[in-house]
Ligand binder design. Structure first.
Ligand SMILES: Cc1cc2nc3c(=O)[nH]c(=O)nc-3n(C[C@H](O)[C@H](O)[C@H](O)COP(=O)(O)OP(=O)(O)OC[C@H]3O[C@@H](n4cnc5c(N)ncnc54)[C@H](O)[C@@H]3O)c2cc1C
Length: 460
């Protein structure tokens, strides 16, 4: 790690070295700005150490277990002996460690001063870290988020958040996942593949409630087929841990017994104890509010990442960090369109979407139509043995404003979907592009062909 230089005045002082903070630091350094990046834990933040990367490594192990278990479907005889949790963790931790080393090297070679310690705001230009004061022409707040729990729930050996679920020594037999959002369904998928019996309890009427309704319904069907029990529209009343597990009571009195209760009820902003309100930064329910250029209410102070209301995604943090660096350097970047940020949920089946759901598009545009291309007509999806669809939402006579996909590996299609929505393409425009056969990507092309009135492997 680079020691803080003796110079303590910078163009930019960034509080928090996660996705938003380090992306901002790297871009600012590229643009010739001097940067101090304050981090109290590990450079890389939630995404690298407790979020995106470790969970996706676990999901990959889960996929391997499923492939072995289902190998007979593809004419291959193999049997799954067991899941070796220490080895799974070693694989996951190895991936994280390699990326961490690479990131440290990037920050070092960019000549960003990485200051290790807990920082707090003293004013619009000063950050206190221990007994040092770092002065910045601009400050960027990027302190990220933490896993929320519910009042009355005490975390322990059998009641954990995603942080604890990544360090289990054994595969739990029975798991109750509290919360059917992105993190909840990803872990439900992991545990099921590793051999647990999983029940998801969700207070809202459907899983992944931020997604298009058709996607939620398809996921729920697919989860049912995988043996996952889903209890929607019901809240937790209480949960009590004992030596062997946890007893859970749902609203209405029904009780469940589990070896593990995973609490996945969302992530709160890490904005307490950082001196924000005291310095004059406006907060709403703990989040830092900004304008479209990510300025906070305090002049010269920006905020990026999970502390800013909106999608809590690493790539949004990266993009916001880059935006702020460019704004400070005077490049006048165009504001980020939150609605064209791609969203992926990496459970099995995967969900990938960008733009408006059908219900949202109806509200915004009034006259819209949608088309669902079933993966049953897509050769590669049949080869993989996956079910699902690509759903397009278009303004009548106008562009595609939403793409919603569900099925194995559909995350890989989100790049093209993003270009379509971001560039406000007409289905007729996309229909002129040739999609390679047999790929799952073809399903995206076929959906546009159908919406343009010339379906190929689909009914009109
Ligand atoms: C289980 C899980 C899975 C996820 N999967 C995905 C995924 O697949 N794709 C995706 O896009 N997103 C995913 N996310 C979300 C993603 O991790 C976050 O959106 C992203 O990390 C937010 O970046 P950030 O910079 O705002 O905050 P963080 O990454 O949380 O970084 C904030 C940093 O600030 C530091 N810090 C906080 N306070 C201080 C202080 N006072 N002084 C010094 N340092 C401080 C923290 O130590 C931390 O390192 C996942 C999250 C979780 C929990």
């Amino acid at each position: 790690m680079q020691p803080a230089s003796s110079q303590r005045t910078y163009d930019l002082v960034i509080l928090g070295g996660g996705s938003g903070g380090y992306a901002c630091a790297l871009r600012a350094a590229q643009l010739g700005l001097s940067v101090a990046l304050v981090e109290e834990d590990k450079l890389g933040g939630t995404c690298l150490h407790r979020g995106c990367i470790p969970t996706k490594a676990m999901l990959h192990s889960a996929e391997v277990a499923d492939s072995v278990r289902e190998s007979h479907r593809f004419g291959v005889r193999a049997s799954l002996e067991s899941v070796d949790m220490p080895a799974l963790h070693a694989y996951k931790d190895g991936v994280v460690a390699r990326l961490y080393t690479g990131l440290q090297g990037l920050v070092r070679s960019a000549k960003v001063d990485l200051v290790q310690g807990t920082g707090s705001l003293r004013s619009a230009t000063e950050v206190q870290v221990g007994d040092q004061v770092l002065t910045g022409r601009h400050l960027v707040l990027a302190t990220g988020s933490y896993a929320r729990t519910l009042p009355g729930l005490t975390l322990g050996r059998h009641i954990v958040t995603s942080d604890g679920a990544m360090r289990l020594e054994q595969v739990p037999q029975r798991v109750v996942v509290l919360g059917g959002g992105v993190i909840g369904v990803e872990f439900a998928s992991i545990f099921t593949s590793l051999g647990s019996q999983v029940t998801i309890v969700e207070a809202l009427p459907r899983l992944v409630a931020g997604e298009d309704e058709a996607v939620s319904a398809q996921l729920q069907r697919a989860f049912r087929k995988r043996g996952i029990t889903t209890r929607t529209g019901v809240s937790l009343e209480r949960a009590e841990e004992d030596d062997d597990g946890v007893s859970i009571t749902l609203e209405g009195g029904e009780s469940l017994r589990a070896d593990l209760l995973l609490v996945a009820v969302g992530r709160g902003p890490r904005t307490e104890g950082v001196g924000l309100a005291e310095a004059g930064v406006h907060l709403e329910r703990g989040f830092v509010t900004t304008d479209s250029r990510l300025h906070t209410s305090l002049p010269g102070v920006y905020a990026v990442g999970d502390i800013v209301p909106g999608l809590q995604l690493a790539h949004r943090g990266f993009t916001q960090g880059i935006f702020v660096a460019e704004d400070i350097a005077g490049l006048q970047p165009a504001p980020i369109q939150e609605s064209s940020i791609p969203r992926v949920t990496y459970c099995d089946p995967e969900i990938a979407s960008v733009g408006l759901t059908l219900a949202q598009a109806e509200q915004v545009y009034g006259s819209v139509s949608s088309y669902e291309y079933n993966l049953g007509g897509n050769g590669k999806s049949q080869i993989l043995g996956t079910a699902g669809f690509v759903k397009l939402v278009r303004v009548d006579g106008g562009p595609v404003v939403g793409v919603h996909m569900v099925g194995s590996r559909v995350s890989e299609q989100v790049g093209e979907a993003q270009l379509i929505v971001g560039w406000e393409a007409l289905p007729e425009d996309v229909a002129t592009y040739v999609h390679a056969h047999p790929t799952q990507n073809e399903a995206l092309g076929e959906a546009h062909l159908a919406l343009a009135g010339k379906p190929l492997h689909a009914h009109g």
